[in-house]
Write a protein that binds this ligand. Structure first.
Ligand code: SF4
Length: 683
């Protein structure tokens, strides 16, 4: 939908997903939220917004906004209001006590993929410089870390899309693996429509026929957790049919011979047995790919959120490389990031293994460079910490942290095996949560700090294309609310940080630029003025890999991948697959969107096929119970023919879905297996 122009409003960007749609924002009357209008000149969304963006201003006027720090009263156990100094002093006092008893790693920091680049950068600095802890990671680990790991291995660099999203329109074939783009980022779906208007073809691979798959020329519904086997089968047939671009493979890649041998046994009948994709469907897909000059393969959470997520993405990259696509105009491989700053959030130091500029924390040169910018001794910087789930799993345990600072994340809803994670949070000596509203995680906290939301502050985000954009402040924050940058500086100062922590976003961004200079994600040439003048600035080239890949020899790497299958397979007790995902009107854990009255808050539901419904006696709209080895959820059934008969689907925006999900981790990315586990469903 395109909103009306509001010419005197502030040009900024949506608070939610990685498309970071441009919008115009202006204040309404006091307590009445914000007016959202179109910013037609911003190229990514051309004025279009989905209903989440269109209604985003409502939270501003909501009574559910937190406007005062809250501190848990030890006598009553209830949260009470507190002054900022009291809350920050208390946090510092208790952090010092925890570190005195348990050492620097007794304190952990958990960030978010929705935080601005400036906040992500300052969080990393807070952990390493002010707290001296190695224990920092963020919820973006659960977003696209498998694609990041695969991109680094194959191309030597990780940028979600190495080309503008609009390139999709100019391709001959687009293969969407596990993306429901039409619901998760609707304005992006116009690129698919234009592709098809041009005569290009769309292939969608998803266990459900989603609104995205309904647009497809070819929709394949594999068994959840078998995308890797499907990719092996595709490459097997491409090779058998002589459709491999041998010239490209010889000139621009390494490692193909080993991959060619590894896919030799993935003949179509075997692929059908594993994936459920009939041999004629597989051959149809291969025929579409083999005849195309420009193929774009895009992955999203579907193939990535698996214990074999990195291998699965690598297998699809192998397909793209064998076709000779990466680096060719309007062709290649890309990942559709999910969270608003899923890309930038992992480039500036809130990831356990990284320093700003996408530098690895165990690289002595990287440590020396960043330490010099920070004005500290490189020897003082801690090393690599635990990944997001492992960090949470270790809380309160031997060697785990006893105090946790959470910024921009609602792990009680969004973590896998969420009941277990909640128990770990409850075992902490101190839980501090910074949020706009009383999220399910904030409700457990000892201290809750109310922070600004998107239109109340300035800062940069990096969208799914690697385009750095500027969210501009449109209105003053409510009285009593502070920016996360102020909170970070306040804690750092009280913890005796040896260097200052800036709170002005532009100043922080300039420091981030110096810290990232020369790194893999180098922001040193980007400024707020340049972003404004150019309506966003790509870090690196707008279209990457035309002249070579970011590997030492400039060639992309084929990587051999073996199919193992999901960590949990259906059995007599848990006979169906459970998969999870999103609905159009809600975003991530729903902490924001569930509080927007104009958006339908339908609650969790269980989607299942009529054959499965018949078998268990379920009726549409009536409750069913889904159980896994970790928990159960009771919710209304939605009986639809668009899902595989052996699979049930639950959206994850409400408490419950992630009490079911599996915490098996990918060995490379440490991504949990959100997307598939074994389940039983009963009435
Ligand atoms: Fe655009 Fe995503 Fe916001 Fe919707 S949620 S308006 S697609 S940025």
């Amino acid at each position: 939908m395109t909103a009306p122009e509001t010419p005197r409003a502030t040009e900024t960007h949506c608070p939610y997903c990685s498309l970071q749609c441009g919008m115009r924002v202006s204040p309404r009357g006091r307590g009445q939220g914000l007016e959202i209008g179109a910013w037609a000149a911003f190229p990514v969304n051309e004025g279009a917004l989905c209903r989440k963006g269109w209604t985003a201003g409502e939270l501003r006027g909501s009574r559910e906004r937190l406007t005062s720090p809250l501190v848990r009263d030890r006598a009553t156990g209830a949260l009470r209001t507190a002054e900022w100094d009291e809350a920050l002093d208390l946090i510092a006092e208790r952090l010092r006590a925890v570190q005195a008893a348990h050492g620097p790693d007794g304190v952990a920091v958990f960030g978010g993929g929705g935080l601005t680049n400036e906040k992500a950068y300052q969080l990393g600095k807070l952990a390493r410089v002010a707290l001296g802890t190695s224990q920092i990671d963020y919820n973006g680990r659960w977003c696209m870390s498998s694609a990041a790991s695969a991109g680094n291995q194959a191309f030597g660099i990780d940028r979600g899309l190495p080309f503008p999203l609009a390139d999709v329109e100019q391709a001959d074939v687009v293969v969407l693996v596990g993306s429901n783009l039409a619901e998760t980022m609707p304005p992006a779906a116009r690129h698919l429509d234009r592709l098809r208007e041009r005569g290009g073809r769309l292939v969608v691979i998803d266990p459900r026929i989603t609104p995205t798959a309904e647009r497809a020329d070819l929709a394949l519904q594999p068994v959840p957790g078998t995308d890797l086997a499907l990719a092996l089968g595709v490459l097997h047939l491409l090779d058998a049919q002589g459709a491999v671009d041998e010239e490209y493979v010889a000139a621009r890649t390494t490692g193909f011979d080993a991959v060619r041998r590894s896919v030799a046994a993935w003949w179509p009948e075997r692929v059908e047995r594993v994936t459920g994709i009939a041999t004629d469907e597989l051959r149809a897909l291969v025929a579409v790919l083999a005849g195309a000059d420009r193929v774009i393969v895009l992955t999203a959470r579907g193939p990535e959120q698996h214990a074999q997520g990195t291998a699965t993405v690598l297998a699809w990259i192998n397909v793209a490389l064998a076709l000779g696509m990466p680096g060719r105009p309007y062709a290649g491989y890309g990942c559709l990031t999910g969270q608003g700053n899923g890309q930038g959030g992992r480039e500036h130091g809130q990831k356990a293994d990284q320093l700003p500029g996408y530098r690895m924390i165990d690289d002595p040169d990287a440590r020396a460079h960043v330490a010099a910018v920070w004005g500290v001794d490189p020897e003082s910087l801690p090393g690599k910490g635990r990944s997001a789930y492992e960090l949470l799993d270790s809380l309160g345990q031997d060697g785990g942290a006893r105090a946790l600072l959470v910024f921009g994340s609602n792990v009680v809803v969004s973590a896998p095996n969420a009941t277990h994670v909640t128990e770990r949070l409850e075992a902490l000596d101190l839980l501090v949560v910074c949020d706009l509203v009383m999220s399910e995680t904030a409700a457990l906290a000892d201290v809750v700090l109310p922070v600004t939301q998107w239109a109340e502050e300035t800062g940069t985000m990096t969208n799914l294309e690697g385009r750095v954009i500027l969210r501009r402040q449109a209105v003053a924050p409510p009285r009593g609310v502070r920016s996360d940058l102020d909170v970070i500086a306040g804690i750092a100062e009280r913890m005796g940080a040896p260097v200052p922590f800036a709170t002005d976003p532009e100043e922080v961004f300039a420091e981030l630029g110096r810290a990232s200079a020369g790194g893999r994600a180098d922001y040193s040439g980007i400024s707020y003025d340049r972003i404004t003048a150019e309506q966003g600035v790509f870090w690196g080239a707008e279209r990457m890999f035309a002249d070579g890949f970011a590997t030492p020899d400039g060639r992309a790497r084929f990587v051999v991948t073996d199919f193992v299958g999901a960590a949990e397979q259906p059995d007599a007790s848990y006979p169906v697959h459970l998969t999870t995902g999103r609905v159009l009107a809600q975003y991530q854990s729903g902490a924001q969107t569930r509080r927007i009255r104009s958006l339908p808050d339908e609650g969790a539901f269980v989607e299942l096929h009529p054959m499965l419904a018949d078998r268990i006696g379920a009726r549409d709209g009536e409750p069913v119970v889904v159980r896994t080895r970790r928990g159960e959820l009771r919710a209304p059934a939605r009986v639809v023919a668009s899902i595989r008969p052996d699979t049930v689907f639950v959206p994850f925006h409400w408490v419950g879905a992630n009490r079911l999900t599996n915490d098996a981790l990918d060995p490379s990315s440490r991504m949990p297996e959100f997307k598939v586990c074994a389940a039983q469903v009963v009435v």
